[in-house]
Design a protein around this ligand. Structure first.
Ligand SMILES: Nc1nc2c(ncn2[C@@H]2O[C@H](COP(=O)(O)OP(=O)(O)OP(=O)(O)O)[C@@H](O)[C@H]2O)c(=O)[nH]1
Ligand SMILES: [Mg+2]
Length: 291
């Protein structure tokens, strides 16, 4: 059976049209493509004929631009972005997909010819960051979320909870990171904080041997509180002179059956990898739990 011709609206600055002209021509034989500039788009709501997709190539759209678009069947909402190099499902905002502005068409073809699926729920997993005070647990989260390092020290009182979006192999995951205060006086509370976590990272400071020795206490505390959840070992502050070598840390990680990561919140080294590994471990934990 022939698929019905797709009706697509492209919102684009007139000056950018030439960039897509060849591709628009070739697509026009298969899809009905309407092009509008952002201002036209806002001033003439097209609500007679249902659209299959709204593609937004324009960089700026005023807030509330979607308000006029209450159609019975919600069109697929796709953003072209200069900042991504491959297609991915959006986890935030109104968009269903974000496609690379430089080559959106192959992915678009697939999206428009496959049947429409509802946006999947983004899985949410609780994970822990544990380890001695000042090893840099909160800084790891700040560096991941804001790509920034702040040398001023703000001790975590009890626990800080951060929402960290992570993407692994094109799939969005939302980590709820429980970043526990490492000070001894919070120990009595921590058992409560650990409940329901799907994975965790044990963090020490590569420039501080004591924080490495103290890992044993943390490992025991986590294992006795939440059992066999996947744990990762993290040597942070790799930018500073070391007191712990990589082989020494790796041999501990091996003994405990954990993967080992080195990070620096100053340079950002290893931090995206760490969060992706945490997300992957948290997701794995869930499936193995169910089967
Ligand atoms: N040079 C360097 N300093 C770091 C790094 N990570 C954190 N720091 C610094 O170490 C200090 C402690 O960092 P925090 O992130 O507050 O440590 P924490 O583990 O959250 O400490 P608690 O909240 O008390 O458990 C701060 O002054 C940070 O700026 C790093 O990778 N390199
Ligand atoms: Mg902290």
């Amino acid at each position: 059976m022939e698929t019905p011709r797709r009706r697509v609206l492209l919102v684009i600055e007139a000056t950018d049209l030439t960039r897509y002209s060849a591709l628009l021509e070739s697509a026009a034989s298969r899809w009905e493509i309407l092009t509008l500039s952002p201002s036209e788009f806002l001033s003439q709501p097209i609500d007679q004929e249902p659209l299959d997709a709204i593609l937004v190539a324009a960089r700026e759209l005023p807030e509330g631009w979607l308000e006029g678009w209450r159609q019975e069947r919600r069109p697929l909402l796709v953003r072209f972005s200069e900042e991504v190099s491959r297609a991915h499902r959006a986890s935030e905002g109104p968009w269903d997909w974000i496609l690379p502005a430089s080559h959106p068409w192959p992915d678009l073809e697939v999206l428009l010819t496959s049947s429409r699926e509802p946006r999947p729920e983004v899985p949410v997993r609780k994970v822990l960051l544990a380890g001695e005070a000042t090893v840099g647990k909160t800084s790891l989260v700040m560096s991941y979320l804001y790509r920034a390092f702040d040398p001023r020290r703000r001790m975590t009182i009890g626990v800080d909870i951060h929402i960290c979006p992570v993407e692994i192999e094109g799939m969005a995951v939302r980590l709820v990171v429980w970043d526990v205060g490492g000070q001894r006086r919070f120990a009595a509370l921590r058992d409560l904080f650990y409940r329901g976590a799907a994975a965790g990272a044990l963090v020490f400071d590569l420039s501080n041997r004591l924080s490495f020795y103290q890992l044993l206490g943390w490992w025991r505390e986590l294992r006795s509180s939440i059992g066999q959840i996947p744990l990762l070992l993290v040597g942070n502050k790799a930018d500073l002179p070391r007191e712990i070598s990589r082989p020494e840390a790796e041999s501990l990680a091996r003994a405990w059956g954990m993967p080992y990561f080195e990070t620096s919140c100053v340079t950002g080294m290893g931090i995206p990898e760490l969060f992706r590994a945490l997300a992957a471990a948290a997701l794995r934990r869930d499936t193995s739990h169910e089967t």
